[in-house]
Ligand binder design. Structure first.
Ligand code: NG1
Ligand code: ZN
Length: 548
């Protein structure tokens, strides 16, 4: 493409998507995310970048998802998806940030510079898949994305309203047709189809109850499950609530993040003691389960629980298929409950890696195992299987003895029901339901596998959150001086006390996490560490208080 044709980049910007704010915006763990009103020019520019990225990848398809996940309705965001369905390569985050922040007047020249720097062959074809969540600001932003793609002569394909993981899946399939068909229907056929296959092999047994309540967070996940529900023939009886409409607001007092952080049940549902409930987030890439007991006390089954459940079942199938040589490992972050880590190590005897917060770190670490199970405690995670795993299990499914063949065929279906590209609430739901059914257990028995340590998360606002730097997968503070010593001292005063503080990648706050043997102790430890952060790292506003 000759340089003169970059003129249209400026024309689109000036006429349709001008930059109207000087607020600096950064491509973080979750892409760009802020008030929707500040995003139109950013999304337009990401359309440009997606085309450049596609050309750098030899014309392979790149994805663009318009969503702010679990944030409330006024926010929105955009993230790019790389050709294998994974998050944008980290080194491009700085390029994205640069392109998002230049003035309209400098946009044309900066675009030209980036094209040169990354060595993109602008004569190649470029393909970009665009999806969006249910926010009322999303269609406008998706249109800006399309204009960005058009401005650099790429081909945009719009998927309309889809879950984030569906778009990741479609991008992967488009670039690797052995993975599946790159459409929403193709997704249902593969993931839901595999679940149904499993159910035919494993009839409902024991205490397992096919009724599952699902909190859709008033977002896209519930809507898609409503489509899927009609195709399930009694394998699972989904009772869906918070589907949007009836005044229900996206993620407001509902959804996975609300349930996990507040440890309260979402609005929109009657309390049925011991009923198994799953809560999705706004774009359906996170899921947590919970139930209330007969005293209305909530019992949460978060990402750590789901990870241990899936890992133990896959281990069982590997053994039964005679493929125990395949190495299964689990990846967590510092937010994983200490009791889950102990259970994985001592009971499951599975290796565990701890990495920095952010799915890309987990995904990357999981790829180093033959089978990598990764989950953030907040319910974002999946399982990835190496090529060797897939070929070994396929071979056993054909050539093993009867019992081995049976287990291997089940494992192949389990692999097909997994969205390996990214954490996926819908796929995870089917995987969890598979294991609970296979074991014939109810939600209480699942919960009783091990006891979580009580924990608490707090936020502290400081002048500059980058004052806090960390090491050891964010479990230790390096700066400011004296903070880590203080945290160690505070933890030492509590049985099983563990706490850490790290700057958030998505909000202008420092997050403090603490766990201990009792809820009172966890609350107190969290508040004490929050006070230490406030005092030593330049707190602003009210000093955090200790619980009464
Ligand atoms: P930050 O804001 O960096 O803590 C949060 C979540 C992450 C991840 C990202 C992206 C927690 C404690 N942190 O990151 O796990 O999901 O958002 O959405 O839940
Ligand atoms: Zn999400």
């Amino acid at each position: 493409m000759p340089p003169s044709s970059l003129r249209v980049v400026y024309a689109f910007a000036r006429e349709m998507h001008p930059k109207t704010t000087d607020v600096f915006i950064q491509y973080g763990t979750a892409g760009f995310r802020t008030k929707a009103s500040l995003l139109e020019h950013v999304v337009y520019r990401m359309g440009l970048l997606a085309v450049i990225r596609s050309r750098c990848k030899n014309g392979r398809t790149i994805g663009m998802m318009i969503t702010a996940s679990h944030n409330l309705e006024p926010d929105n965001g955009v993230k790019l998806i790389d050709p294998d369905g994974e998050m944008l390569e980290q080194s491009w985050e700085a390029i994205a940030t640069r392109l998002a922040n230049v003035s309209d007047n400098d946009l044309e020249s900066t675009t030209g510079e980036i094209i040169k720097e990354v060595n993109a062959d602008m004569a190649l074809k470029a393909s970009v898949y665009i999806g969006m969540d249910t926010r009322y600001t999303s269609p406008r932003l998706a249109a800006a994305a399309v204009h960005g793609v058009m401005a650099l002569k790429g081909t945009a394909k719009e998927f309309g309203i889809v879950t984030t993981p569906m778009l990741h899946y479609c991008v992967k399939c488009r670039n690797d047709n052995t993975y599946g068909t790159p459409t929403e229907e193709g997704y249902y056929e593969k993931i839901v189809g595999a679940f149904k296959n499993i159910r035919q092999k494993l009839p409902v047994a024991g205490n397992y109850n096919t009724t599952l309540y699902v909190d859709g967070a008033n977002g896209v996940g519930g809507k898609k499950l409503n489509i899927i529900k009609k195709t399930l023939d009694g394998e699972l009886d989904l009772v869906l609530f918070n589907l949007g409409g009836n005044g229900g607001k996206l993620n407001l007092n509902c959804g996975a993040d609300f349930v996990k952080v507040s440890q309260k049940q979402p609005v929109g549902v009657e309390h049925v003691p011991y009923q198994r409930v799953a809560s999705l987030d706004g774009d359906a890439d996170r899921i947590v389960y919970y139930y209330l007991d007969d005293e209305s006390k909530m019992h949460l089954l978060d990402g750590d629980r789901i990870a241990t459940l899936l890992a133990s079942y896959v281990t069982e199938l590997l053994r039964a298929s005679g493929a125990a040589q395949l190495r299964l490992g689990l990846v967590q972050t510092a937010y994983a409950n200490g009791a889950s880590t102990r259970y994985i190590t001592d009971q499951l005897k599975v290796p565990v890696t701890c990495v920095k917060t952010g799915v890309k770190h987990l995904h990357h670490a999981a790829l180093s195992y033959d089978i990598g199970v990764y989950f953030e405690a907040n319910g974002h995670g999946t399982v990835v299987y190496s090529d060797v795993t897939k070929s070994t299990v396929s071979k056993i499914a054909q050539e093993g003895d009867t019992e081995q063949r049976k287990a291997a065929q089940l494992l192949l279906n389990f692999i097909d029901a997994t969205n390996e590209t990214v954490g996926d609430a819908i796929s995870d739901l089917f995987l969890v339901e598979t294991v609970l059914c296979a074991r014939g257990v109810d939600v209480r028995q699942w919960y009783e596998t091990y006891a979580d340590l009580p924990c608490r998360q707090l936020k502290v606002t400081i002048q500059d959150r980058n004052t806090i730097t960390t090491t050891d997968a964010e479990r230790k503070c390096v700066s400011p001086e004296g903070l880590q010593e203080r945290i160690d001292e505070l933890c030492g005063a509590y049985a099983s006390g563990r706490s850490f503080a790290r700057p958030s990648g998505t909000e202008d706050v420092v997050r403090v996490y603490a766990e201990a043997e009792t809820q009172e102790a966890a609350d107190k430890l969290a508040a004490e560490v929050a006070q230490a952060v406030f005092d030593l790292a330049g707190g602003v506003g009210d000093r955090p208080t200790l619980p009464a």
